[in-house]
Write a new protein. Structure first.
Length: 357
């Protein structure tokens, strides 16, 4: 009997130590609590207290409908539906890649669903309830070939082909502006296509089937340079060779000079005090037809950049107010047609710019 008490006491002390180390306390004397626990553990099953609560059943797993790596028409439908709710910008292609996974995760977060990037049954049910069945064009969108704002040789080819069919009246410039957009619309309407003004694959295929490959002269027609009274030009010696935008701060004139011969003369103004236009020899390193200054939030049409942020460009303010104002360092031109002619048909990237007194 004495040995049983000793054994019970040892167990009680061990249990008390365990309770202390785990940070759990039941109140009262630890040794007494431990002894009670031991006594309860040794009690017959019929005397043990029933647990107060039964364990909750395991939650049913949300079935996976689509996952990264899948490639199917259902993935294409998923992508089209994500596009509808503006959680995917990519064109549907049926491949569940990183862009689609990210779109699914964004949608789940917005809908307060568990964010996994995997389409479960609950995600699919929510998405389909908020979207409509995608159309064929949504599932298989037409690929754009050319559109408004493009500026390249393929646009020049487009314009030359449209010109063959009398849908483009001007000389090809390579810039897809409002005139080209209107010409494409007119062609699409005549060809029985949707008149969007944008060249998709079906428009390009039909146009090329109805026209021939433009010749070099059709793509870049020879330009007749006008005769100019060069007596008003103030030419620096550095302007006498090559292709040069020769700009004089003294006469406030811009002369377009090719091998020493003046072909265009335009009025210009320069930077206001504190924003002086730099003098020197530069070259045109970038052309931007419909440029808008992100620094000053002002329009700079037909911009031809030659030194940092300084450029030659059309200025509506100069056209309206004359020399009463000034620029932030650029060379302003007030003759819209003159600067347009230079930009479209004459000045190329790499041409020289000379600014002098």
């Amino acid at each position: 009997m004495r040995s049983n008490r000793i054994r019970l006491s040892a167990v009680a002390l061990l249990s008390a130590a365990t309770l202390f180390l785990s940070g759990c306390s039941q109140g009262g004397d630890p040794a007494e609590n431990a002894a009670n626990e031991v006594a309860a553990s040794e009690a017959p099953a019929s005397e043990k207290p029933e647990p107060s609560e039964k364990p909750s059943p395991t939650k049913e797993t949300d079935e996976v409908v689509l996952k990264p790596g899948d490639n199917s028409d259902k993935v294409r439908e998923l992508q089209a539906r994500l596009v509808q709710v503006k959680h995917l910008k990519a064109v549907p292609n049926g491949n569940y890649g990183p862009a689609t996974e990210g779109g699914v995760a964004e949608y789940q977060a917005a809908q307060k669903l568990e964010v996994t990037g995997i389409v479960t049954a609950s995600t699919w049910e929510q998405l389909t309830s908020q979207t409509k069945a995608p159309t064929k064009d949504e599932l298989f969108p037409k690929k754009q070939v050319l559109g408004h704002g493009d500026n390249n040789d393929k646009v020049r080819e487009l314009q030359a082909r449209l010109k063959q069919l009398d849908h483009f009246k001007d000389k090809p410039t390579g810039f897809y502006g409002d005139v080209t957009l209107a010409a494409v619309k007119a062609y699409q309407q005549a060809a029985g296509l949707e008149p969007t003004g944008t060249v998709f694959e079906d428009t390009w295929e039909k146009l090329t089937s109805q026209t021939r490959q433009p010749t070099a002269d059709e793509l870049k027609p020879p330009v007749e340079l006008p005769t100019v009274d060069a007596s008003q030009a103030d030419l620096d010696d550095r302007c006498m060779t090559g292709r040069v935008l020769c700009i004089s701060k003294t006469s406030k004139k811009l002369a377009w000079v090719i091998d020493g011969k003046v072909h265009k003369l335009l009025d210009v103004r320069f930077g206001a005090k504190g924003y002086e236009t730099r003098e020197g020899v530069f070259s045109v390193y970038w052309k931007s037809r419909e440029h808008v200054s992100t620094i000053y939030d002002s329009a700079m049409p037909f911009a031809m950049f030659f030194d940092g942020g300084q450029a030659v460009h059309y200025s509506e303010n100069f056209a309206q107010n004359g020399y009463t104002g000034g620029s932030y360092g650029c060379v302003n031109v007030r003759d819209y047609e003159g600067i347009k002619w230079l930009f479209d048909t004459q000045v190329k990237t790499g041409d020289k710019v000379v600014i002098h007194w």
